[in-house]
Design a protein around this ligand. Structure first.
Ligand code: FCB
Length: 447
């Protein structure tokens, strides 16, 4: 047995997002979001599930906070629902929405849990989508208005902020593959949306500075790692494209003020072009304080001319898969963090999401999710390996605190440390909850 200890003061946390847990979709003046609309389109979400009730955390947050306290997390990453604060996206602020988040944040603070806020975790107000959503640059202004309001309101209470969660998903998955709201299937649209999301991010960072906010701000891109199957140049290039689509595409603009040329070229060949306006790149590259990284999977892949936009095919190398079908690839976690460090230097990194889908159900009040424990254990080893190698990783948020609405998969895929019975809304602590509690207490693991 070898003890693997994390640095003193390492932030152990857990994460969720508003639409996935809150429910109460029509309460206290909340406006509709694109997920309310999308989930009602037949065939878009498994079992036609939606977030109307979700985990009902909007009402049950005292119980959830008590569970967080028992778990021992030092920080909780949640997202604010933009349509609770600006039901129409812009215009009149809904005070009840602000009051709700005040009560919630106050209770976190009273319990010694640091509130960490994501400003955009995909629930765009439908009223803005009706005017083109993220394809329309006025949505950038609306986002900036919402962020400014929330910054002023929560100044001093919330000290860590992430603007946009997973811009790849909010653009390419949502507007090119059409798997997430709003469901467009057009590469040019997706490229425009991706760019606008980055501009919106940068604009919010600038506002944060202009307001003289104390605290730290960043964003939370999701990354993967594609390991070339062979040393053939075409395999190396295909993996570079696929990995870079998540990584350099969304990080070069922020850290270097420019898009990666090899992908600009590739998109051009596919018929899509960047539409950059004056001042955009300066905004996007406003310096940030922290970088959130979401990592779930990676694998081995090779070039395939028939392999979609990036001409790549992943290979089944016999890795195990979680219940959602994602290959378990912990070594990619270390590799991709090393790559980020090599490309962008010593920016403090928080792992804003990592976790596994296993659909174990309670038996006599016990949820024996050993596979989730193994998954987290393997990823924490790679994480400590990264820290030991000089990568400044400051914290880790387990996705997720509790089972929740897993977007297009509805309620069929469970990622929580806490089981939620969607009929009774009862919470049951899983074995992984107790294991993570122990890990936090010991500030480390054994291998
Ligand atoms: C990420 C999302 C998060 C959750 C996990 C499983 O892509 O940010 O909301 O759905 O995947």
């Amino acid at each position: 047995m070898t003890k693997i200890l994390f640095p003193e003061g390492f932030t152990w946390g857990a994460a969720t997002a508003a639409y996935q847990i809150e429910g109460a979709y029509q309460e206290d003046g909340r406006g509709l979001s694109i997920w309310d609309t999308f989930s009602r389109i037949p065939g878009k979400v498994i079992n036609a599930d939606n977030g109307d009730v979700a985990c009902d955390s909007y009402h049950r947050y005292p119980e959830d906070i008590a569970l967080m306290k028992e778990l021992g997390i030092k920080a909780y990453r949640f997202s604010m629902a933009w349509p609770r604060i600006f039901p129409q996206g812009t215009g009149e602020v809904n005070l009840k929405g602000l009051e709700y988040y005040h009560s919630f944040v106050d209770m976190l603070l009273e319990n010694g849990i640091e509130p960490v806020c994501t400003l955009y975790h995909w629930d765009l107000p439908q009223a803005l989508q009706d005017q083109g959503g993220w394809t329309n640059r006025s949505t950038i202004d609306a986002f900036n208005g919402y962020c400014g309001t929330v910054f002023r309101e929560f100044q001093g209470k919330i000290k860590q902020w992430y603007t946009v969660n997973e811009p790849w998903c909010a653009s390419f998955l949502s507007e090119y593959y059409g798997e997430h709201a709003p469901g467009n299937k057009d590469l040019q649209t997706a490229l425009d949306v991706a760019h606008h999301l980055l501009v919106a991010h940068g604009r919010a960072v600038r506002t944060f500075r202009e307001l003289g906010m104390k605290g730290q701000i960043g964003y939370a891109p999701n990354v993967t790692w594609m390991e070339p199957y062979s040393t053939r140049q075409e395999d190396i290039d295909a993996c570079r494209r696929q990995t870079g689509w998540f990584l350099e595409w969304f990080m070069d603009p922020v850290f270097k003020g420019e898009y990666p040329a090899f992908l600009v070229e590739w998109f051009k060949k596919a018929g899509a072009e960047l539409h950059i306006e004056d001042g955009d790149m300066e905004l996007i590259s406003e310096p940030i304080d922290i970088l959130g990284i979401n990592y779930y999977n990676g694998t081995v892949a090779r070039h395939d001319a028939e392999g979609g936009l990036m001409q790549i095919r992943t290979l089944d190398m016999g890795y195990e898969h979680t219940d959602i079908g994602w290959p378990i690839y912990p070594q990619g976690f270390y590799t991709v963090l090393s790559r980020i460090h090599e490309l962008y230097g010593d920016i403090p990194i928080y792992i804003t999401e990592n976790g596994a889908c296993y659909n174990d159900e309670p038996v006599d009040g016990v949820v024996a999710d050993q596979k989730r424990i193994d998954f987290i254990h393997k990823h924490l080893i790679q994480l400590e390996r990264s820290i030991a190698s000089g990568i400044p990783v400051k914290g880790y948020y387990s996705w997720s605190l509790m089972d929740n609405f897993e977007w297009a998969f509805g309620y069929t895929m469970r990622f929580g440390l806490i089981h939620v019975d969607y009929k009774t809304l009862a919470r049951t602590k899983k074995d992984s909850f107790y294991w993570y509690q122990d890990t936090i207490q010991r500030n480390g693991i054994e291998i």
